[in-house]
Design a protein around this ligand. Structure first.
Ligand code: HEC
Ligand code: HEC
Length: 486
């Protein structure tokens, strides 16, 4: 895995390429506490009165005190350090070159100077009105439970036991911006649908005005109460409320806790063990193949599988073989990875009878999204790749390739393009000197242009089935489906 074109994580985090990663990478910005709001508003009143004329609606010399971020970015304001903040230096300490300019005849009084200084020393907090968190109204736990209760009361009685909720209310309360919250809605939707064996994409439904509580129907993801209980078993924030709305929610859903924090879910459900549990992932490649209607051996024998041999160069890099099989839900891709290049691990000598040390699998779920599996030399499912075979060098803090999330970080755009080096070698060999069935090998290791039609951007192997749209389509469309309406 070492010499792959690696998509920098930052690219993914922009949210365009990877909603799940974007959501996980999210960190709450330091939030404004109200204890200093008095000082803050006084400082802003002073700036409005003495600086506003030139650095307010109009921006002089790149300084506009309404734009907190650029004040910081341009070094006009250094929280905690009035002596180094240009606004304080110019307003208080520049007798020869004061701000406002002398001819304005509007200098700061001593007490105003002291207030400005105190505000910067205390961390120069932003006024709450300038903080995007104010986009969301504070919602208490009780408010949240009442909204869920009302939603359940509206639902068909027979559906209630299947309804569950993901909440982002706590993030909105803590001051997360609407953009951050939206990243979670999209990440949640993408991940839920990546853990579903249903044909259709189902989008979580917001039920409150701030869209911070999202409802799902377990059946739309092939989940059961047992699936939900697996989540609860791992959930660290289990607080069973004794309030009236809570009791009525537990009764209606017949569930001890039918709501979870969406941010926790997004960070934990994309890695094992939950990734496997929620997806009901078989524990061997063989069982997965049976579930997907794939018979690898038969496909190879009948030459319906396509294959490529990749040469990786460098110290810890070994060769690999990848092949593609048609499955009930489109594609089943498998890689065969090696520890060395000796004996049966040498694909150049054994393009048909190699013995891999492990493998990676990408397959389409019935809804078109991708799912992943890692296996060892005997085809048994593993949670993470042995570091001597595969490593995610892009992430120095955590180079371990874990199933699910790590795969998504590179494969979010689908199946990667690669370059086969085996076919030219096989075809150059005299027929009787190869030591294997050369024509059979050539039928499997197909020409590059044909393979390119199945990988990278040329890949038409994924189709979208949301909202009854059965026209074949590509991955980004499926992505759009998961994001729709949230
Ligand atoms: C009447 C217009 C006017 C007012 C009012 C005014 N400034 Fe300025 N300010 C200017 C002009 C013109 C410049 C650019 C020339 C200069 O730097 O002297 C400037 C530049 C600045 C700069 C950027 C240059 C540097 O030194 O880093 C800062 C910071 C600044 N002003 C702070 C303030 C503060 C703080 C106030 C209010 C206490 C204020 N100004 C009020 C006109 C004004
Ligand atoms: C660091 C980036 C990266 C990570 C992480 C990664 N892959 Fe890949 N993967 C690639 C690249 C690049 C290719 C193209 C072939 C090659 O260079 O080996 C590839 C190829 C594959 C293929 C062959 C089909 C294709 O896309 O070309 C499969 C199957 C596969 N990977 C599965 C996985 C699984 C499963 C995981 C997670 C356990 C994973 N990959 C993690 C980069 C990555």
């Amino acid at each position: 895995m070492n010499n792959r074109t690696i998509i920098p994580l930052s690219l993914c985090i922009s949210g365009l390429c990877m909603p799940i990663l974007a959501a996980i990478s999210y960190k709450i910005q330091p939030i404004q506490k109200n204890q200093n709001s008095d000082l803050t508003s006084k400082a802003y009143i002073i700036m409005e009165k003495h600086c506003g004329k030139c650095h307010g609606e109009v921006k002089t010399a790149g300084f506009n005190f309404h734009n907190y971020k650029t004040m910081i970015d341009n070094g006009f304001l250094i929280p905690g350090k009035p002596g180094e903040s240009r606004i304080f230096i110019r307003a208080a300490k520049s007798p020869g070159d004061p701000m406002p300019p002398r001819n304005e005849n509007n200098p700061l009084s001593e007490s105003e100077t002291a207030t400005l200084k105190a505000w910067i020393e205390a961390g120069a907090l932003q006024p709450v009105a300038n903080n995007p968190s104010s986009q969301h109204k504070f919602m208490s736990e009780t408010d949240m439970l009442q909204v869920i209760e009302a939603d359940l009361n509206h639902a068909n009685e027979r559906d209630r036991a299947y309804l569950r909720y993901f909440t982002l209310t706590h993030l909105a309360n803590e001051g997360a911006t609407e953009d951050d919250i939206q990243a979670f809605r999209v990440g949640l939707s993408k991940l839920l649908n990546s853990l579903s064996w249903q044909k259709r994409i189902a989008v979580p439904e917001p039920i409150d005005t701030g869209k911070t509580i999202l409802r799902i129907d377990l059946r739309k993801f092939s989940w059961t109460e047992q699936t939900w209980q697996k989540l609860l078993a791992a959930y660290p924030y289990v607080i069973i409320s004794k309030s009236e709305p809570a009791k009525s929610i537990y009764t209606a859903t017949n569930c001890s806790l039918p709501y979870l924090r969406a941010d926790w879910f997004v960070s934990r459900a994309a890695v094992p063990p939950l990734y496997h549990d929620l997806l009901d992932m078989p524990d061997t490649a063989g069982k997965l193949e049976a579930k997907l209607g794939v018979d690898v051996e038969k496909n190879v024998k009948e030459e319906t599988a396509i294959r490529a041999g990749l040469q990786e160069s460098g110290i810890s890099r070994n060769n690999r073989v990848v092949d593609r099989h048609e499955s009930t839900y489109r594609a089943y891709w498998r890689s065969y990875d090696f520890r060395s290049i000796s004996g049966k691990q040498n694909i150049f000598k054994n393009p048909l009878s190699f013995e891999p040390a492990g493998g990676e699998i990408i397959f389409n779920l019935p809804n078109g999204l991708q799912a992943y599996m890692l296996v060892n030399d005997s085809g048994k499912r593993i949670d993470a790749g042995p570091i001597d075979i595969v490593s995610n060098k892009e992430n120095i803090n955590d180079p371990i390739v874990r199933n699910g999330l790590t795969c998504m970080s590179c494969h979010s755009q689908g199946v990667k393009r690669f370059y086969d080096v085996l076919r030219p070698i096989i075809s150059a060999l005299p027929k009787d000197q190869s030591g294997y069935d050369r024509d059979h090998a050539l039928a499997l290791y197909i020409e590059k242009p044909k393979m390119d039609g199945c990988t990278g951007r040329g890949c038409k192997t994924i189709c979208c089935r949301c909202s009854g749209d059965r026209r074949g389509s590509n991955r980004s469309r499926t992505d759009l489906c998961t994001a729709r309406a949230v």
